[in-house]
Design a binder for this molecule. Structure first.
Ligand SMILES: CC(C)(COP(=O)(O)OP(=O)(O)OC[C@H]1O[C@@H](n2cnc3c(N)ncnc32)[C@H](O)[C@@H]1OP(=O)(O)O)[C@@H](O)C(=O)NCCC(=O)NCCS
Length: 225
């Protein structure tokens, strides 16, 4: 994929390739010194041929470069891993449907000398456009408290649990012990609904037949109404 210009002078975005892997891992290790290898699992994706629906099938890897071709930022994303382990996702059809509709941004990092100049915002807005074009209905990311206002300015809602209604009363709830979730609806079908019995809003309309009905409530096990 060719480079995408940004509003920032000299800064362009492009899909990552295998030869970017070391530089991307260095950037991510720099922002995550406690767990410098946290994103090594993403390395094999970069070796895949670039092909849709995202940059590398269902993985997204984008880099920001300055005018000299130096890598100044990176964003990784793709399928939410929690879906693969969730006890409520019991069949492959549902898993495939959800993986095609929920995208996640797993890491964003900007080199120290470029922080605060808008590179992170450009990468995140670009990822939102990519997920939207690929017909995802929801994008999420895990968010440390200090960055909540930042993601809210980028159009995300911050929530404690991620609750996704998949129809027929079945609600998938996911909670992280150390972070909140930032979530953004990407199409006209997907919305957040307040449901009595739940402390966090419910993602409604993500799959066919999954709109939260008016008057619905959670009885502790399933969505009723
Ligand atoms: C977080 C990060 C990806 C944002 O990218 P960026 O290009 O610097 O962000 P932008 O220029 O688009 O936006 C800047 C805004 O991000 C927010 N921000 C960035 N880092 C922040 C931090 N550590 N704490 C709070 N807000 C932060 C601020 O609102 C900032 O606005 P300001 O410059 O007016 O203060 C980047 O700064 C980075 O890689 N930081 C290192 C990791 C980090 O600080 N993580 C935070 C852990 S809570």
């Amino acid at each position: 994929m060719k480079a995408t210009r940004t509003r920032l002078p000299g800064i362009t975005l492009r899909d990552a390739n295998a030869s970017d892997a070391d530089a991307i891992m260095r950037l991510l290790a720099d922002v995550n010194p406690d767990d410098p290898d946290a994103y090594e699992d993403a390395r094999p994706n970069l070796a895949l041929p670039q092909s849709g629906p995202l940059s590398h099938h269902r993985a997204l890897a984008v880099v920001a470069e300055d005018g000299t071709g130096r890598l100044v930022g990176a964003l990784l994303g793709g399928a939410p891993l929690w879906l693969f382990e969730h006890p409520g996702v019991t069949d492959a059809v549902l898993l495939h449907a959800l993986v095609a509709r929920i995208g996640t941004i797993s890491a964003v990092a900007v080199g120290p000398e470029h922080r605060g100049s808008g590179v992170g915002g450009e990468l995140i807005r670009h990822a939102i456009r990519r997920f939207t074009r690929a017909q995802y209905g929801l994008v999420t990311l895990n968010c440390f408290p200090a960055l909540e206002p930042y993601y809210q300015r980028l159009g995300f809602s911050i929530t404690g649990d991620l609750n996704v209604y998949v129809g027929a009363g079945l609600l998938l709830g996911q909670r992280w012990s150390d972070t909140q979730v930032a979530a953004k609806a990407l199409d006209r079908y997907t919305a957040f609904a307040a449901v009595p019995g739940l402390g966090s809003p419910v993602v409604s309309g993500l799959l066919p037949g999954s709109r939260v009905p008016r008057g619905a409530y959670f009885d502790g096990e399933k969505l009723c109404g």
